[in-house]
Structure formats: structure tokens, C-alpha cells
Design a binder for this molecule. Structure first.
Ligand SMILES: C[S@@+](CC[C@H](N)C(=O)[O-])C[C@H]1O[C@@H](n2cnc3c(N)ncnc32)[C@H](O)[C@@H]1O
Length: 205
């Protein structure tokens, strides 16, 4: 494991060498039912919920929050967390029953759940801020300036945006798409929208 760290994360290898612990194989199997071929596992604490709340509900936000309404596909959830953390969004909020911290979503997020705020909540508990809902029937996204405090909301994979979310939208926006095409994949839609936010609308930090 320390060999992998030296190769892949040299900036962390000294700290890992000081803190890493070996465990008996049966203990490891109990913790990690499907062991990675490298035999390496990491245990990490979730971000402090109070820090997440502060980032998500604080008075000034420097970057949008991504809202996924009732996402069903854990791979999409992970991909969106990875995108949001990578591009510097404030966080990802999900509604519905899917746990955004499900191990398959965390795997899909490539570890970046630990680098942004990821929480599940009810639709009526969304933070304040202008609500931009992405829907193929909306107005052209490219004509729209996305502010840094925006909530960028996306519908569920099969049925799209609910009537409840649509009714709350301050703006309904569409991604450019040929008329014969019905929609894009959820995570792809988030990527396009976040990319649009970075082009000219982002406040330098
Ligand atoms: C797979 S799509 C949902 C498909 C659903 N049958 C529909 O018609 O909306 C999941 C989400 O991605 C976003 N999305 C996909 N394509 C889009 C587009 N062309 N414009 C805006 N949002 C889009 C929307 O938020 C949508 O609810």
C-alpha cells in the first residue's frame, strides 16, 4: 500500500506511512467485502454535516449548487459529484430515496464525495437562491447568465422534472439539442450546464 502511495500520491506518502495500520486479512475482508486487486482500502470520515450546512445554506455562495431530483442511477450520482467537486461547485443535493452516499455512488464519484458537500434533502428544504431548472422544453441555456449563487436542478432519469419542481423554477432552461433527440443523460446534462457556468459567469476567486 505504501508503495502505491509513493507512486500515486507522493505528497501524502509520508503522512500515510506515519498513520497507516496493517490489519489481519479477516478484518480486512469484514470491512471490504470486495477487495480491490491492489489490496488497498481506505477508511474516511464523511465531511462534517455542520460544515456542509454552512457551505450549502450560508449567506453567500461563490459557486452553484447542483440539485438532482430523485436520481435513480447511482453511477449518475457519482459522476455528478465528481463533476461538481472537480469544477468547484458548492455541492450536490439530491431528493428522493436514493442515498447519494451509497457505496456505488461513492465509487462512481472517484473519491470526490469527500471534496464537496453532498447531502440528501426534501425538495421543500432547498437553500435560497435563484432556481434554474434544466428541461428540454426550457429557453436556450446559451442565452442565459448563470449566477454564482444559482441552484441548478435536474430531473429524474426516466420522467424528467416533476410538476412540483417546475412550478418552483425561476428559470426553465434547455441545453442545445437537435429536434429529433428527446434528452441527454443526466450526468452529461449537469456537465454541460456547469461548463456553461464556467464560461464567463464565474467570479474569479
Ligand atoms: C435523462 S433526462 C430525463 C428524460 C425525460 N424523459 C425528459 O423528457 O425530461 C434527465 C434530466 O437531464 C436534464 N436534461 C436532459 N436533456 C436535457 C436538455 N436537452 N435540456 C435541458 N435539460 C436536459 C433534465 O434536467 C432532465 O430532467
Amino acid at each position: 500500500m505504501l508503495g502505491h502511495a509513493a507512486e500515486l500520491a507522493p505528497d501524502l506518502s509520508a503522512e500515510l506511512a506515519a498513520r497507516a495500520e496493517s490489519v489481519a486479512p479477516e478484518t480486512l475482508r469484514g470491512l471490504v467485502p470486495r477487495l480491490h486487486p491492489t489490496s488497498t482500502a481506505a477508511l474516511a470520515e464523511r465531511r462534517d454535516p455542520a460544515a456542509n450546512r454552512q457551505a450549502l445554506y450560508g449567506s453567500s455562495r461563490a459557486a452553484p449548487i447542483v440539485v438532482l431530483e430523485d436520481p435513480r442511477h447511482l453511477g449518475n450520482v457519482g459522476a455528478v459529484v465528481r463533476l461538481a467537486a472537480g469544477i468547484g461547485a458548492t455541492g450536490v443535493l439530491t431528493t428522493g430515496t436514493t442515498d447519494p452516499w451509497h457505496p456505488s455512488a461513492v465509487r462512481g464519484g472517484a473519491g470526490l464525495h469527500y471534496a464537496t458537500a453532498v447531502e440528501r434533502l426534501a425538495l421543500d428544504a432547498l437553500p435560497d437562491g435563484p432556481l434554474y431548472v434544466l428541461d428540454p422544453e426550457g429557453a436556450e441555456l446559451r442565452d442565459t447568465h448563470l449566477p454564482d449563487d444559482a441552484l441548478l436542478a435536474f430531473g429524474t432519469e426516466r420522467h424528467g422534472v416533476s410538476d412540483q419542481l417546475r412550478a418552483r423554477a425561476d428559470h426553465l432552461l434547455a441545453l442545445p439539442m437537435r429536434p429529433q433527440v428527446s434528452s441527454y443523460n443526466l450526468a452529461t446534462s449537469v456537465a454541460m450546464t456547469l461548463y456553461h457556468w464556467t464560461t464567463g459567469t464565474r467570479t474569479p476567486r
